[in-house]
Design a protein around this ligand. Structure first.
Ligand code: UFG
Length: 328
């Protein structure tokens, strides 16, 4: 199959591209390389295109045979989205609609969409199921929910079928050690703690110790990046077999607090982490834990790296061997 992967040079995108290449698919990675890394794309074709550039986007579809699309390209920082919502509506909604319009023009009608646990906002029950109330607490989550709704109506009117995957906390790195997580600036907990283990940061600041959780710190559901990647492949299979559009959660169903993650990093790396207690970060829900029963049942998705130690070991292997990330 020939698959267009937008945002394929990013963290989740590049791991998915790697799995797809291993399975023998033909891949066209589309990325504006603002946050993505050229070196993270291990094969296939890479086109440096921004989805806001409709002319160039059209050329990509004109020059390549495309059977389906996996759409990762987006801005994804919660805090930034609160400060600068216009950037998020432009890059996540307008750019996304450009993609859908071009797909329709070239009669490409299958898409896997990167959604997020941020669509739920403060959850009304735990574990979170797909039928939980959705009430985003920031523009980032709002754009993800809006785009799911856009997809629903495009399916209804134009028969464009989709699988939307609501990720919880993506973590870890490819077991080969060739690719991993590299954001600049880094804002995610696990890479930050690993940078502290490498001596690149003097300490880790824990954002809030007064939550109503087991130890007062936020609880998250961490899912290995390769397990996440495999879910996209199962989603594509569903669409190829003429399955209906659907939304799935993706997590491991187990929650770890910030303090627990720091402890696991200490175990895995053998380094002591200096910790400072800071105030809460705006917009952080106390607990986010997924129920992924639906995707397990319907697509037979089975996480291989569900152990938090294993997840962090793969991340550590990447960070230790690539202390400056991709070096770009
Ligand atoms: N945290 C710290 N210190 C840090 C960094 C993070 O205490 O230096 C805490 C956060 O407050 C949070 C937890 O660690 O409680 C995890 O934070 P991350 O930034 O790693 O992940 P989030 O849960 O905030 O973000 C994830 C995805 C986002 C998505 C969001 C939806 O990475 O893309 O869930 O809520 F938008």
């Amino acid at each position: 199959m020939s698959i267009l992967v937008t945002g394929g040079a990013g963290y989740i995108g590049s791991h998915t591209v790697t799995e797809l290449l291993d399975m023998g698919h033909k891949i066209i990675t589309l990325d504006n390389l603002q946050k993505g890394h050229k070196k993270a794309v291990l094969g296939g074709k890479l086109v440096n295109v921004d989805l806001l550039d409709t002319k160039k986007l059209d050329t990509v579809f004109k020059e390549n045979k495309i059977d389906s699309v996996i759409h990762f390209a987006a801005d994804s920082l919660v805090g930034e989205s609160v400060q600068n919502p216009s950037k998020y509506f432009r890059n996540n909604i307008i750019a996304g609609i450009n993609l859908l319009e071009t797909m329709l023009k070239y009669d490409v009608k299958k898409i896997i969409f990167s959604s997020s646990a941020a669509t739920y906002g403060e959850p009304d029950r735990i574990p979170i199921r797909e039928d939980n109330n959705t009430s985003p607490t920031n523009p980032y989550g709002e754009t993800k929910l809006m785009f799911e709704n856009i997809l629903k109506w495009y399916d209804n009117a134009y028969g464009l079928r989709y699988v939307s995957l609501r990720y919880f906390n993506a973590a870890g790195a490819h077991s080969s050690g060739k690719i991993g997580e590299d954001h600049n600036p880094e804002s995610h907990l696990i890479p930050i703690v690993l940078q502290a283990a490498l001596g690149q940061r003097p300490h880790v600041e824990v954002y809030g110790t007064d939550y109503e959780t087991k130890d007062g710190t936020c609880v998250r559901d961490y899912i290995h990046i390769t397990d996440l990647a495999m879910a996209h492949i199962l989603g594509l299979k569903r669409l190829d077999e003429n399955g209906k559009s659907v939304i799935y959660n993706l997590g491991n169903g187990e929650g770890f607090s910030v303090k627990e993650i720091i402890k696991v990093v200490e175990d895995v790396t053998g380094k002591k982490i200096n910790v400072k207690h800071g105030p809460r970060r705006a917009g952080d829900p106390a607990v986010l834990i997924a129920s992924s029963e639906k995707i397990k049942r319907e697509l037979k998705w089975k996480p291989r790296f569900h152990e938090i130690h294993t997840i962090i070991e793969t991340a550590w292997k990447w960070h230790k061997n690539n202390p400056s990330g991709f070096g770009d």
